[in-house]
Design a protein around this ligand. Structure first.
Ligand code: DX5
Ligand code: ZN
Length: 228
């Protein structure tokens, strides 16, 4: 069990490739390398969410194309069947949705055994309270700040109550837990998420919609650091 009550974990900035040009993902990774901690890879299966994006072959290519750790966010049904494959491809962090998993704790153990960090994602309409007892099994808790499925949606500040609840719970239990926020994170919203207790920040539109994606990441980081 980690002894990090005093030391605050460093801010993680994770640009979402969903907002990048899918024909130029390697360049999108390259354009932010050095300014970011993780690359956020949104896997959508057209079942768990209506949208369809990419899967293991693209993650495999990305892994070969960049040294930036891959943060795979699986918005898919049946993660018990598919999640381990992402760990085996070398994903740094594999996050699956609580709503899609029959047994999140067991899947988290399997991911960790395969050498990945285990992440649990909570969608807009799911209460975090139901999952607090499982948090010791996880390295990352991803709180959606939109409804999962599409980039470019408006940030929902009311969902930060879940971040506050989870951060209180993690502190009380001395858990070393990353709390990641995903959806509508931008220069005008990141400070509120950081104040609520998030320490990892996904940003798609705010990074790849900017003229200089690396500079956008640096600005997001300084805003988050100042708020934490
Ligand atoms: C949406 C994805 C997000 C998305 C965020 O379901 O999980 O990662 O890319 O995009 P922005 O930052 O544009 O809200
Ligand atoms: Zn995501």
């Amino acid at each position: 069990m980690a002894q990090i009550e005093a030391a605050q974990a460093d801010t993680v900035i994770a640009p979402s490739l969903l907002a990048a040009d899918f024909a130029r993902l390697a360049e999108a990774a390259e354009s932010v390398a050095g300014a970011v901690d993780w690359l956020h890879v949104d896997v959508m299966d057209n079942h768990f969410v209506p949208n369809l994006t990419l899967g293991p072959p693209v993650v495999k290519s990305l892994k070969a194309a960049t040294d930036v750790p891959l943060d795979c966010h699986l918005m898919i049904e049946d993660p018990e069947r598919w999640a381990l494959g992402y760990a085996e491809l070398g994903a740094h962090n594999v996050t699956f949705h609580a709503e899609a998993s029959a047994d999140p704790a067991t899947l988290a153990k399997r991911l960790r055994s395969a050498g990945a960090k285990a992440g649990l994602a909570i969608d807009r309409d799911t209460p975090v309270e139901d999952y607090l007892d499982l948090l010791p099994e996880f390295d990352t808790l991803l709180i959606m700040t939109i409804k999962a499925g599409f980039g470019g949606q408006a940030f929902m500040p009311e969902l930060l109550d879940k971040v506050r609840t989870a951060r209180r719970h993690a502190k009380a239990g001395h858990l070393e837990l990353r709390i990641e926020v995903d959806g509508g994170i931008a220069e005008d919203t990141i400070a509120r998420a950081a104040e609520a207790g998030a320490d990892a920040f996904v940003a798609g539109t705010a990074v790849y919609g900017a003229d200089d994606p690396a500079e956008a990441c640096r600005r997001l980081r300084s805003l988050a650091d100042a708020a934490r």
